[in-house]
Structure formats: structure tokens, C-alpha cells
Design a protein around this ligand. Structure first.
Ligand SMILES: NC(=O)c1ccc[n+]([C@@H]2O[C@H](COP(=O)([O-])OP(=O)(O)OC[C@H]3O[C@@H](n4cnc5c(N)ncnc54)[C@H](OP(=O)(O)O)[C@@H]3O)[C@@H](O)[C@H]2O)c1
Length: 397
């Protein structure tokens, strides 16, 4: 463990540092403004609801909260609806199971094959709540399009005839609609079109729901014909397992999502890890030392602390030696990478990334080609070293 990390941990044991939980409680009590409004729904749901306007670093944003949409209210909201989840990949599965556990009327639309078989193994019954895609679309009033993004484009002409007046079309990514010129997905004008994008994988959506917690998500309305699209979108978001919902637009959701995964979430981080590791190796450091100083200490020690407390806290709670160096070197890294982030955003916003994804992921042998590229990463010395280092973690002994 480096000096920086040791110092941070020492500080942690010495000072009563607020945990992520107490931080969020503090932030809530300091920043939340409750704007009460009475639930529009009659009968059992006359309790006061709060739409929260929260201060995010000086900018006010609206946040919707799961506690305002208890299961009984969801059941009332969708009592006349059939929710059709298209696709039983990670996202379709997670959202459909959560809707089912919330006792909503949900059915699956899937082609026969691995997704269909998985659905059957998890209690969905062919002819009752599991159908081929066309039939599921016909039966549904809310069509939740959780097919892969490439399939949403490919099957659009099959799905579109079932999107009749009064129905709702739902997505978990703005991809298909925002880049309609490339995907061909142009919704009919007389239906509501909404989005709920959980901030994580479908597996996390399900697991957090089972733990009694909700994943964060964003919510957007593309077309509001009924006048109720926003409220129904938020209710759907809670139904599929989100805890807090942040407002966005289809365009901002897809641009930030594609940008983030190509940037700091995946692409940039792999590039930085690899560059740092290879320089250490070239300068004579052992594989274990290069890996520990690049990946292991980051993911096991510093990143969780940054996640809990912020980078400002991390800077304030490391040794003065680490502080000096990090203060001096963040500038050159910022200068070197900002132009790359600028061109990445442009590539996302002008549709280049979408076209590339649709083209590459639609070729007949796309899976085999992808495997070759993924194997290059897996076979790089750094990630082979990682396998050994992980075995030596205290919890694995
Ligand atoms: N906002 C977020 O954080 C987030 C995170 C993850 C996903 N998403 C979005 O959620 C949606 C679904 O994601 P996912 O990861 O679950 O997708 P996925 O695993 O790639 O695919 C989902 C489903 O699409 C089906 N499918 C693929 N090609 C098909 C075809 N030609 N005909 C019929 N069915 C086909 C698959 O069936 P087979 O098994 O039969 O191939 C599978 O059931 C996407 O829009 C994605 O962008 C959002």
C-alpha cells in the first residue's frame, strides 16, 4: 500500500468521517426543498407527495423518489394496462422481474432461443405471460422496448404497427429515437414516448431491488400525448426498480451515456491503466508491482474512498508528498485528455458512434470479431497479472 493510501486510511480511523450514508442524509437535510403537491390519484392515494428540488453544486434539479410511489399506487396507476417487456436480456429480465414482484400486469415478448428459455426457467409461462414479439406487442398497452439497441432498429417495422393510439412506448436508452436517421425508429405521433434509464446494468437493477434498495435512474419524456406521460414514466421507473429518478431528455441521456462509457467509465480508464502499467514495466518494475500501483490500489483502496467522500476529500486526506505530486500532475493529464474528450463528445453527438455501433454489431460474424478484440485485452499481461493478484486479496485467503 502506498504512502498516500496509508495516510488516507490512518485519517479514516482518526477522524469521524461521515459515511456515504450520513453524507447523503446531511446533504438531503441541507439541500432538499420539498414542494408538496397532492397526488392526483383519487381513492387510497390522497397522501401528500413531494417532488424534490435539490441543489446540485449550485444548480437546482428535480428528483423523484420511490417512497412517493408505493406498490399500491403503482397497481392503481397501471390497473388498466398490460406492460409488455420486449427482450429478456439483462435489462429486460431485471425490469420485468421487478415489475412482476410489484404485482403489475407484465408480459414478456421474446424470440425463441436463449432469452425465451431463460424466461421460462424463471417462471414466465408461454401463452400466459410469455409470447413471441408480435403477439406481446399486440397484447400490450405499454411497450417497453428492451431489445438490444441493434434489434430495436432491425425489428422496428414489425413492432410499429402495434403502436396504436393511446399506447405508450418506453425505452431505457435514447439511442434508437435520437439517432432515428440511422436507426429508422420514428414513433407514431399519437402515442406517449418515455424513457427510464437505470444507472447500471440490469443485474444491478434486480439485485438492488431484491435488497430492498433502488438503483438511481434518469427519466425523460419524448412525446406527451396523454398529458400524463411524465407521471406514468416516473411510476414505471419506480415499478422497474429505481429509487431516485433524475430528469433528463432523450438526447442528453444518450449523449452522456455513450460519452461516459467510452470515457472515464471504460475506454479512458483502460487506456490510462494500460499506459501507466506499460511504462512501469518498461522501467524495470515487476508485474505485481506495476499492477498493484496501477489497478489494485486504485480499485481496492482509493476509488472506494473517492466514491464515499469525493476527490476533494481524497486530496485533503493523503500525505503532503502525494498531495504535492497529484496537484502538480493533474494539470498535465487534464491538458492532454481534454481535447480527446471534446472530440469524443463530438463523435457521439454527430452520430458517428451510433453508426459505428449499428454497423459493427449487425454484421453476421460480429460476435466472433468482438471475441478477438476482447481476447486481446484479456491476454494483455496486466489483466493476466490481475488474476493472480486478486487471489491474494485478504478476503480470498
Ligand atoms: N441506461 C442504462 O444504464 C442501460 C444499461 C443497460 C442496458 N440499457 C438498455 O436496455 C436495453 C436492453 O439492454 P440489454 O443489455 O438487456 O440488451 P441485450 O442483452 O443486448 O439484448 C436484449 C434482448 O434483445 C434480444 N434480441 C437481440 N437481437 C434480436 C433479434 N434480432 N430479434 C429478437 N430479439 C433480439 C435478445 O434475445 P436473444 O437472447 O434471443 O438474442 C435479448 O433478449 C438497450 O436499449 C440498452 O441500451 C440501458
Amino acid at each position: 500500500m502506498s504512502f498516500a493510501a496509508r495516510t488516507a486510511l490512518r485519517q479514516l480511523t482518526r477522524v469521524a468521517v461521515p459515511t456515504a450514508r450520513s453524507f447523503s442524509v446531511m446533504a438531503r437535510s441541507a439541500a432538499i426543498t420539498h414542494v408538496p403537491r397532492v397526488a392526483a390519484c383519487k381513492v387510497a392515494f390522497t397522501q401528500t407527495r413531494g417532488v424534490k428540488t435539490m441543489d446540485f453544486g449550485g444548480t437546482k434539479e428535480i428528483v423523484y423518489e420511490r417512497s412517493d410511489y408505493p406498490p399500491a399506487k403503482l397497481q392503481e396507476t397501471f390497473k388498466d394496462d398490460t406492460l409488455t417487456v420486449l427482450g429478456y436480456g439483462p435489462m429486460g429480465r431485471g425490469q420485468a422481474l421487478n415489475l412482476r414482484d410489484n404485482k403489475l400486469n407484465v408480459i414478456i415478448g421474446s424470440r425463441k432461443g436463449s432469452s425465451w428459455d431463460k424466461a421460462v426457467s424463471e417462471g414466465w409461462v408461454p401463452g400466459k405471460n410469455l409470447f413471441e414479439i408480435n403477439e406481446a406487442c399486440e397484447r400490450g398497452t405499454v411497450i417497453m422496448n428492451l431489445l438490444s439497441d441493434a434489434a430495436q432498429s432491425k425489428l422496428w417495422n414489425e413492432i410499429k404497427p402495434y403502436l396504436t393510439k393511446g399506447k405508450t412506448l418506453y425505452f431505457s436508452h435514447g439511442f434508437s429515437v435520437v439517432f432515428a436517421e440511422d436507426t429508422g425508429v420514428i414513433p407514431p405521433k399519437d402515442i406517449d414516448v418515455v424513457l427510464v434509464a437505470p444507472k447500471g446494468s440490469g443485474t444491478t437493477v434486480r439485485n438492488l431491488f431484491l435488497e430492498g434498495r433502488g438503483i438511481n435512474g434518469s427519466v425523460a419524456v419524448y412525446q406527451d400525448v396523454s398529458g400524463k406521460a411524465k407521471d406514468r414514466a416516473v411510476a414505471l421507473g419506480v415499478g422497474v426498480g429505481t429509487g431516485y429518478l433524475y430528469e433528463t431528455t432523450f438526447k442528453n441521456e444518450v449523449n452522456s451515456d455513450l460519452y461516459g462509457e467510452r470515457g472515464v467509465l471504460m475506454g479512458a480508464i483502460q487506456g490510462l491503466f494500460r499506459a501507466q502499467y506499460e511504462v512501469l514495466r518498461a522501467k524495470g518494475h515487476s508485474p505485481s508491482e506495476a499492477f498493484n500501483e496501477t489497478v489494485e490500489e486504485a480499485t481496492q483502496s482509493l476509488y472506494p474512498l473517492i466514491g464515499a467522500n469525493g476527490m476533494d476529500w481524497m486530496y485533503a486526506n493523503c500525505s503532503t508528498t502525494a498531495q504535492r505530486g497529484a496537484l502538480d500532475w493533474c494539470g498535465p493529464f487534464y491538458d492532454a485528455t481534454k481535447p480527446i474528450f471534446e472530440s469524443l463528445y463530438e463523435s457521439v453527438a454527430n452520430g458517428t458512434e451510433t453508426r459505428r455501433s449499428l454497423t459493427k454489431n449487425s454484421t453476421p460474424n460480429y460476435r466472433a470479431e468482438l471475441e478477438v478484440e476482447l481476447a486481446e485485452i484479456a491476454n494483455h499481461e496486466m489483466w493476466r497479472v490481475g488474476k493472480t493478484v486478486r487471489q491474494l486479496r485478504p478476503e480470498n485467503n
